[in-house]
Design a protein around this ligand. Structure first.
Ligand SMILES: Nc1ncnc2c1ncn2[C@@H]1O[C@H](COP(=O)(O)OP(=O)(O)OP(=O)(O)O)[C@@H](O)[C@H]1O
Ligand SMILES: [Mg+2]
Length: 465
């Protein structure tokens, strides 16, 4: 086995101290390396430190050995020559990796032109072939904003690895994808591995970790607490945290007692809903009657129109056919949606405290409501002074939940609300959503690609696509 990259004592430091404790490991050809762990534990920062992509204000230390070179991770910019050629990164948020005003295939094409010196025509063919291989040929001429979350992710993947790098760092490559799509991504990552490259995968998805095999490390509060062969660690976890993590897999949850609504009135009803988007018929003739306190699962493959259904129900999108009726006398602000991509829900330049203050002012809400909800969401107060790009993916996802909960929704469309959370935090967050729905008699429409999660949680399920 040959070592493609060796990392010695990689650590991340912020103004308030060390965020990631020194970690050493090596990436071997043909052997995937997976990092599982708590949300906010430092997984993404570790990957960013290796690549020289840490946000402003944070610094790295440690060394990286690659192809006979030694790079000092504390020196800004030393990794630049590796980008795309030796190591490529697939970031946690595909939106941040894609240029919003450039067609999907052009973004992949650029890697072929600039990193592999292909001529324009050839690069275009290579890009189109990759997108086709990934099942997103239809995305080629579209802008990122016109793609579904899963599609954007696959485009970002194609762009990231077009430069020929043998090491791919993938930060949560399968979040929010249905099983078929997830298997495709795994297949794609494994193609790199079989071709003699390797992948460093950061994930909350146990099945992904299991399927990738290779080595596994488990991270908690900035520290690797357990490490070994993936199959061994998953079958016989040693550390208490790893044991709890595995136990929190939705497959192991107890089924919640279904509570059929006793109320005859509806918070929302729809008849004959139909929608075609981008030339594709998403659904037709959907009838729905949603009662207070009901928890309804929404399932369907990636791109089948689950998010579109939410937008129709919330009046953010017009149906082609059919009508949606909200209950009389309830403010429209109490019909809420939780965005699938948390960064889309926050102004990028404002601190979270500022965004929340704006919300309070706009809706005349009491500030005192924030702290107890933050505690229930296990969000530390120190996070309030940060901007959205200064908290972890899972922390931001819980802030977006906090925002909608402050508005006391009677109807909440929660689109993959836990896609960025570790299994333990996911279980806690779903329990909180259920509790609030029952407590406040608000209806919850829960979208998830995880069928076990839906089965264990929901009173009933709608499937589309
Ligand atoms: N720019 C920053 N400045 C200060 N702290 C930061 C910054 N970015 C992230 N952090 C903090 O560092 C910790 C680790 O963040 P990181 O994004 O690496 O977590 P993660 O393990 O990837 O979590 P998730 O699973 O939620 O994506 C978090 O507590 C986060 O709030
Ligand atoms: Mg992360």
């Amino acid at each position: 086995m040959s070592t493609l990259m060796k990392v010695q004592g990689a650590a991340v430091h912020g103004s308030g101290g060390r965020l990631v404790e020194p970690f050493s490991f090596s990436l071997e050809a043909g052997r995937p390396f997976t990092i599982l762990g708590e949300t906010g534990s430092g997984k993404s920062l570790l990957a960013q430190a290796l690549m020289g992509l840490l946000p402003d204000g944070l610094t790295a230390s440690g060394q990286l050995f690659i192809e006979g070179q030694t790079l000092d991770l504390s020196v800004p910019g030393v990794q630049k020559p590796l980008w795309g050629r030796k190591v490529s990164i697939l970031p946690q948020e595909p939106w941040l990796a894609l240029d919003p005003i450039m067609a999907a295939s052009s973004q992949v094409e650029e890697s072929y032109r600039f990193l592999r010196n292909e001529k324009t025509n050839q690069a275009r063919q290579s890009a189109d072939r990759d997108l086709q291989d990934l099942g997103v040929a239809e995305a080629a001429r579209k802008l990122p904003g016109q793609l579904s979350g899963g599609m954007a992710q696959r485009v970002a993947f194609a762009a990231a690895r077009a430069g020929g790098a043998r090491i791919v760092i993938a930060d949560e490559p399968t979040k929010g994808l249905d099983i078929a799509r997830r298997d495709e991504v795994i297949d794609l990552l494994m193609r790199e591995v079989r071709a003699g490259g390797t992948v460093l995968v950061i994930t909350h998805d146990l099945a992904l970790a299991r399927q990738m095999g290779g080595d596994l490390a488990v991270m908690l509060e900035g520290r690797i607490v357990e490490q070994g062969q993936a199959a061994d660690v998953l079958a016989e976890p040693q550390h208490e945290y790893t044991k709890r993590l595995i136990a929190a897999d939705p497959q192991n949850w107890e089924k919640l007692e279904a509570e059929p609504s006793t109320s005859a009135s509806c918070v929302l009803s729809a008849t004959g809903l139909g929608k075609t988007r981008g030339g594709k018929r998403l659904f037709a003739d959907i009838d729905l009657a949603i009662h207070p306190g009901e928890i309804i699962g929404v399932t369907g493959p990636s791109g089948s129109g689950k998010s579109s259904l939410g937008d129709l129900l919330l009046g953010l999108l017009k149906p082609d056919t059919g009508t949606v009726r909200r209950a009389d006398g309830i403010s429209v602000h109490r019909y809420q949606k939780l965005y699938q991509d948390p960064p889309a829900a926050f102004p990028a330049r404002a601190t979270l405290k500022q965004s929340l203050a704006d919300l309070l002012a706009l809706h005349r809400l009491e500030e005192a409501r924030i702290a107890p909800l933050m505690r229930r969401l296990r969000l530390g107060e120190h996070l309030l002074d940060r901007r959205p790009d200064q908290v972890s993916g899972g922390e931001l996802q819980r802030f977006s939940l906090l925002r909608v909960l402050l508005l006391d929704p009677v109807f909440l469309f929660a689109d993959e609300p836990t896609s960025r959370l570790d299994l333990i935090t996911q279980q806690e967050t779903i329990a909180l959503l259920v509790e609030l729905a029952r407590e406040r008699s608000s209806a919850l429409l829960l979208v998830s690609h995880d069928t076990a999660l839906i089965e264990k949680t929901c009173d009933r399920t709608i499937s589309i696509g």
